[in-house]
Design a protein around this ligand. Structure first.
Ligand code: PLP
Length: 365
């Protein structure tokens, strides 16, 4: 353990990876400790049964913290599943799409979700920002009132765009919040389902969260395989089959950490502060420019490129940033350039270090 902590400090790296991504040091340490000895039981968490008396409270507390931190109203369940957000792309229409669904297309993940829905019924694309390589969030679109739900991806991890308000909709809203959950307060009552892979703002990879309004279930006429039916997991409290115990424990530690920091309001304040530091530098620095339209900029994934005159400096900057301890700032291949992913655990100091690194690189050129 001491060796692990020593290595962690020695590295002094700033983790800007898009996911799996940075987690608070305390959360990693608590999870690592539980993997060595779970609550003094003499067993590793990895060899502990999900049905063990000391594991059920982990799930119960994680669910309770989800409800407390996001102020989830009565009538909603929180479940933990496997399969990643990608499995939700098909579980959502399997469970909710009777005739028609509406999708807002804001990027690759939204497109993938839409593609799965087409297997189950008619899909109306209410708007798309594909015309400009998904650099903005479409604002004006009409939501068909006869659709079963509207699907949105609130944060577009690849393109660095984010829908920062809860959509008012006459039909249930289903939101993929894989990369911005717990980064701002939400009005959960405006959503039918909120889901996401855990590996950004919630936990390590391996668990998927789903917040679901119970009265939406059981309305489609098709047969749903047991494992893909939300009702199975709601009824069994995420224990229908073996859940990923370590990622759920890690999620619990992270939820406790978020609470200690002051909850989602505090997370939002920090997210605004972090994003300002980096976007201000992108806008000031003669070498760089942002890729997303300003009013659609994400606080979680900050995308930028070299301005055309300095395009040839891209690899040099990546090498320079890496030498300064910046990890994971290479942009996704669909956008190019750079992406600084600043999830909840990213410190203000980390963002200042990246901004200083950009400044120093500018001074060299
Ligand atoms: N949705 C969004 C917004 C994502 O960023 C990702 C992964 O990065 C996914 C879905 C896919 O998640 P998973 O790998 O858990 O299936």
């Amino acid at each position: 353990m001491i060796k692990y902590i020593y290595n962690y400090i020695k590295m002094k790296k700033y983790n800007f990876n898009p996911g799996p991504s940075i987690l608070p040091k305390e959360v990693i340490e608590a999870t690592a400790a539980a993997c060595l000895d779970f609550q003094g039981s003499g067993l590793s968490l990895m060899e502990t049964s999900h049905r063990a008396k000391n594991f059920q409270p982990v799930v119960d507390e994680a669910v309770a913290l989800f409800k407390e931190l996001l102020d989830i109203p009565e009538g909603y369940s929180v479940i933990f599943l496997g399969g990643g957000a990608s499995l939700q792309f098909c579980m959502v229409p399997f469970n909710l799409l009777e005739k028609k669904a509406a999708y807002l297309n804001t990027g690759v993940w939204a497109t993938k979700a839409e593609k799965e829905a087409k297997l189950f019924g008619e899909v109306v694309e209410v708007a798309s920002s594909k015309d400009k390589n998904f650099t903005y969030i479409p604002r004006d679109f009409e939501i068909p009132t006869d659709a079963d739900y509207l699907h949105v991806t609130t944060n577009n991890t690849i393109y660095g765009t984010e829908l920062l308000h809860d959509v008012d909709s006459p039909i249930p809203v289903v939101a993929d919040m894989s990369s911005d959950i717990f980064s701002r307060p939400l009005d959960v009552s405006k959503y039918g389902i909120i889901y996401g892979g855990a590996q950004k703002n919630l936990s390590m990879a391996g668990v998927t969260f789903v917040i679901i309004k119970e009265d939406l279930l059981g309305k489609v006429s098709r047969q749903i395989p047991t494992m893909l039916d939300y009702r199975t997991h709601v009824k069994k409290g995420s224990m229908f089959n073996t859940p990923p115990v370590v990622p759920i424990y890690c999620a619990l530690e992270n939820l406790k950490w978020i609470k200690r920091q002051g909850g989602v309001k505090a997370m939002e304040k920090l997210a605004i502060e972090r994003a300002k530091i980096i976007y201000d530098e992108i806008d000031r620095n003669k070498l760089f420019m942002g890729t997303a339209e300003v009013d659609s900029r994400s606080r979680m994934n900050l995308t930028f490129v070299m301005v055309p005159e300095y395009q040839e400096l891209q690899d040099e900057f990546l090498a320079f940033a890496s030498e300064k301890g910046m990890v994971g700032v290479k942009g996704h291949r669909d956008v190019g350039g750079f992406r600084a992913s600043c999830y909840n655990a990213m410190s203000i100091e980390g963002c200042q270090a990246l901004a200083a690194c950009m400044k120093e690189f500018e001074a060299k050129h």
